[in-house]
Ligand binder design. Structure first.
Ligand code: CO
Length: 208
């Protein structure tokens, strides 16, 4: 008897149901995966990639970390990007942030001196870089929401400028910026805003 028996039980039921609704489903997936989408999202348990876009196993290649960051020196994320673009040949890369992100909120609070703070520094830098924009927000809640959006915009830029996307054939990959609302379960497309944010940047920064 394990404390996790209920999870294993759930899994058994889920696999049996899948086999009933889609006979041969697992056997088809054994030989290969051909996802069209790479999802880069937050680790937050309330934002499960496949579930919120209604796609079954095999359809989305997923990378998640705290605050959905694409850091130029993060080998984990860079390897995922490279594999997704070069080997899986995904057609779309979606960076999906979410409002109410704990990682983003933490970036607006004093440092706690813990490990995750090193990671969150990347978001603090974004808040500093877009200080004027942040300060023009009417209240703290609006400021937090705005930083969630700016963060998505910056991470989309990082994906677009990554070596993986500059590799042969990568021009065909479209990169999208999305944001998910915890309060209504809806995703909003921020891609047009991503381009306007880019236009605000000093010409030398993020130039590809
Ligand atoms: Co989050």
């Amino acid at each position: 008897m394990s404390e996790l028996d209920h999870l294993l039980h759930n899994n058994k039921k889920w696999a049996a149901n899948m086999e009933v609704s889609h006979p041969g489903f697992f056997q088809e997936l054994v030989s290969q995966q051909r996802p069209k989408y790479l999802w880069i999202g937050c680790s937050d348990s309330r934002v499960p990639a496949n579930e919120i876009i209604g796609l079954p196993p095999g359809e989305v290649f997923v990378h998640r970390n705290v605050a959905n960051l694409v850091v130029h020196s993060d080998l984990n994320c860079l390897a995922v990007l490279d594999f997704a673009v070069r080997v899986l040949q995904v057609e779309h890369i979606i960076v999906c942030g979410h409002y109410g992100c704990g990682g983003i909120d933490a970036a607006l609070e004093p440092s706690q001196g813990c490990m995750v703070d090193h990671w969150i520094r990347h978001v603090r830098d974004i808040a500093k870089f877009y200080r004027d924009d942040m300060e023009s927000q009417p209240n703290e809640a609006a400021k937090k929401n705005r930083l969630c959006e700016l963060n998505v915009a910056v991470q989309v830029t990082h994906v677009r400028e990554s070596p993986a996307l500059h590799a042969a054939g990568a021009h065909a990959v479209k990169v999208h910026g999305w944001i998910y609302g915890l309060n209504d379960g809806r995703i909003r497309d921020l891609t047009p805003m991503v381009d306007s944010v880019r236009a605000l940047e000093p010409s030398s920064r993020f130039k590809s």
